[in-house]
Design a protein around this ligand. Sequence first.
Ligand code: ZN
Length: 340
Amino acid sequence: MKAIVLRQRGRAGVSLCEMPRPALRPGWARVRMIAASVNRVDLYMRDSGAGITHDLPQIMGVDGAGAVIEAPDCPGLAPGDPVVLYPAEFCGTCRACLAGDQPLCHQIRILGEHRDGTFAEEVVVPARSLVRLAPGADMDQAAMLGVAYLTAWRMVFGKAPTGPGQVVLVQGAGGGVSHAAMQLARMAGARVIVTTSGAGKLAHFRALGVEAIDYRGEDVPKAVLRLTGGEGADLVIDTVGEKTWGASLRSLARGGHLVTCGATTGAHPSADIQRLFVRQLSIHGSTMGSMEEFRRLIRAWEAGGFTPLIDRAFPLAEVPAAFERLEDPARIGKILIRIA
Ligand SMILES: [Zn+2]
């Protein structure tokens, strides 16, 4: 089968290769991949991979959707079933798994990080990491749910759940997770303010009816306070890291919550401890989501609660070009990989 394989670090280490079909195990299913998407973590694996136990060569790709080829001892799964992949294997028996918090599983193995991933014609995963979709489901959209949308779901609903009457600030809202968070917060009825840059992205958000602050031209905390009558945001979604951290803290309302899932621009900003305790702010780290959050996300998508935004689509062989697009500041939303 064809797959995008990481043989060594760096751009030159990524190529389309012929790989052996993965072996099926008891309780596992073989899936013919239809679509996947690229995520920031793919670039981290390509360029560093530090702190993640794995061996090279490894098939890349964390999320995706496809159709079951065979699932011989998996009740509820039959050949041809459309499925979306939860992005990890989890043990099902550790303290975290029993508490329903699979992202904290002591033995978690994330696709494309700790084991072979989804940029391949076939993938084998435990049946419990699959969610069956309705026949005729949009597989392009489904392919984006496993990482960006699941991560955004936990950030918006899993820590300090938002809803009508609240203000949510989304930093750098062109990215996959941040754009998803913007959509989910709007679905929940919150007032959403985004920060972004560039005429194209500002126009995109304003056309959606979302208040957009140009962070290059305006002081973000001042703009948020002006828009909210001096109150600030109840929830800030920050996927950017060091570059936006200070502005995120200063944009929060008293008692507000900051949720972070990324450190693309650096991991060691000022803690601003005095502001934290005087204003009684909360900071939450977040990554992925549980199987139950995944189920709720998929049901909300099936009910038309939101429509994942595709920036651009590339065929499997052009994953390296998709990685280039991921780093293009003009991108808005998710970059799709069409496999079949
Ligand atoms: Zn576990």
